[in-house]
Write a protein that binds this ligand. Sequence first.
Ligand SMILES: Cc1ncc(COP(=O)(O)O)c(C=O)c1O
Length: 412
Amino acid sequence: MALTQAFSYRNGQLFCEDIPLAGLADQFGTPCYVYSKNAILRNFHTFRTAFEAVDPLICYAVKANSNLSILRLLKEEGSGFDVVSAGELYRLKKIGGDPKRIVFSGVGKTVEELEMALQMSLFSLNVESLEELETLIDLAEHKDVRQDISIRLNPDVDTTTHPYVATGFRRHKFGLDVNHVEKIIGLLRQSSHLHLVGLGFHIGSQILNVQPFLDAFLKLKGLVAEFETLGFVIEHLDLGGGIGIPYQDETEPDLNRYAEFVKEHRGEYRIVLEPGRFITGNTAVLLNKILYHKVNYEKHFLIVDGAMNDLLRPSLYQAYHEVLPLEQKEGSIRADVVGPVCETGDFFAHDRLLPLLKQGDYLAIMNAGAYGFVAASNYNSRPRAAEILVDGDRPQVVRTRETFQDLIRGEQ
Ligand SMILES: Cc1ncc(COP(=O)(O)O)c(C=O)c1O
């Protein structure tokens, strides 16, 4: 069961912190994302405590959930940030994020994005290809600015996660081929503006077994030695993000083993970590109302008002999300939970054993806090859902539901 301290049943009603979710659904409408502020804080503290002994720079991966209120909350807790686009940098500018706690990752940064990053003088620009390095060398020289950079290497390690979110194997587009070290060094030697201070990796997402992180870390240490023999002074190692969370009944990743290993092997290097899902994944639900309970050829469908445009993970990765009623009910049915979008791939759950729910009942899609709203779209001209942040018994709208006007903004 995806119940946590933040989401629990009290007298048969599903609560977020101290508020019954059905009340929020009535008040703010559905579909609607509801976040627990204190769950976000708890996850951040759990992560920080696990790695306390290495005193890392924690750069929350903005892509997992980029709502300004959530970014502000994490900034106030002392988090840095990992961004992958100028849009994410713009969000951090809006909340007054400290550039010296921001790393910029991404396999395809545009010239405009690199210029924006250079202008902000970030903690590190994480370079992922030889051509990106060449482009950056030219830009930094042309603008006469000095910039610290890190090279994201592809450590060629396999992970047991969904193939769409594995990123550290040799056939993936991410990171630099470790056989290109000489070429990287050749380019860097030509530049007096770029300063190589870090090496890193990000091997994928939703990784529950920490062993691949340890393997990648040792490979990275080997490469650091290669760079240092050639006269470079590496200051930090960026281990990326990727720590998974249980969505069903999986065992939680052994954060302590990972942290202990890093502590033992890091030497004097500063450690940078980029967790996303771990911080926000289990902190939200997507509330839905059941529009129809349809039975076709003996198969039951609960057709809800949320859809793949609101939460794409099931359609994109066949990801499992627990589905819970906001009010506990007797009886049971086996049903598909599907949205109104005109795609058979628009579903939240297949063949799921659920309580006997009927038209008008509410249900929650659990663990929707990471890669949820950020991947929402207007497909089928559906306005994007509202987002509510709950603190104790106080709900705050942190993004209003889109209107039809929002749908056509900018169109002629
Ligand atoms: C470079 C980089 N860092 C960090 C993350 C965050 O990953 P996760 O949310 O799995 O921790 C990602 C996401 O894939 C990423 O691409």
